[in-house]
Design a binder for this molecule. Sequence first.
Ligand SMILES: Nc1ncnc2c1ncn2[C@@H]1O[C@H](COP(=O)(O)OP(=O)(O)OP(=O)(O)O)[C@@H](O)[C@H]1O
Length: 249
Amino acid sequence: MSPLSINKLTVAYQKNPVLKNISFTIPEGNLIGIIGPNGAGKSTLIKAILELIPSIAGEVSIYGKTYKEMRKIVGYVPQRESVDWDFPTNALDVVMMGRYGHLGWIKRPRAKDRQIAMNCLEKVGMEGYAQRQISQLSGGQQQRIFLARALAQDAKIYFMDEPFVGVDAATEKAIITLLNDLKRQGKTVLVVHHDLNTVKEYFDWTILLNVHLIGVGPTEKLFTKENLQKTYGGKLTMLDSNSSPLIIS
Ligand SMILES: Nc1ncnc2c1ncn2[C@@H]1O[C@H](COP(=O)(O)OP(=O)(O)OP(=O)(O)O)[C@@H](O)[C@H]1O
């Protein structure tokens, strides 16, 4: 069963549609890049899937069920700027938040959860910062903490909104290694990504988005000059909204 299937999804802000009639299904156990220009609706797509914003039409199914039914197996790494980093809490506590879905009815983290959170900090090279206030971390370190939190959740499908923004080359490499580890464990990871130079190297599949779905499929087949032109070239109004998206599988 597909980890994510979307059927005729339309999303609008104040009645202006920013995603129109999006339908696609993705296979399990892949790294998938969500690619498109600024304002294409990439973050909106993730937020609509996670029901953080309402959709005006369409359905989303995660392993055949609604997000609400499946939310324990869905991990989310939001854009770093969308979070209040002045909130008084330390790095370990943020990572512990990833464990909340696993806690029993007493809802108190056990030593085991703490250990898992520490292991996840170690995986992102941040074990030395467990007690550090999150306001006192650099941007790249904050990004690593977010990833550690997602790892601690032990989800089956992950949505990451621009995890590479503002990180140095070493951190980017560390993140991509982690994503490949997740993939090896059979997890599915969708990543909003801006650097077209690394798309072929990083992602098995690609979703090309610009308000409409331009295409979805294996990167090596979909990621062509022509399709990129369709995604980035010209004005939005020049896109033929009736042309059907490229579905390659
Ligand atoms: N809260 C909001 N209220 C009104 N319009 C919004 C809101 N959030 C986003 N938009 C609009 O929706 C459209 C899609 O935005 P979204 O953030 O999903 O794009 P994106 O593809 O993630 O862009 P970027 O690459 O710049 O991050 C844009 O035109 C944006 O201006």
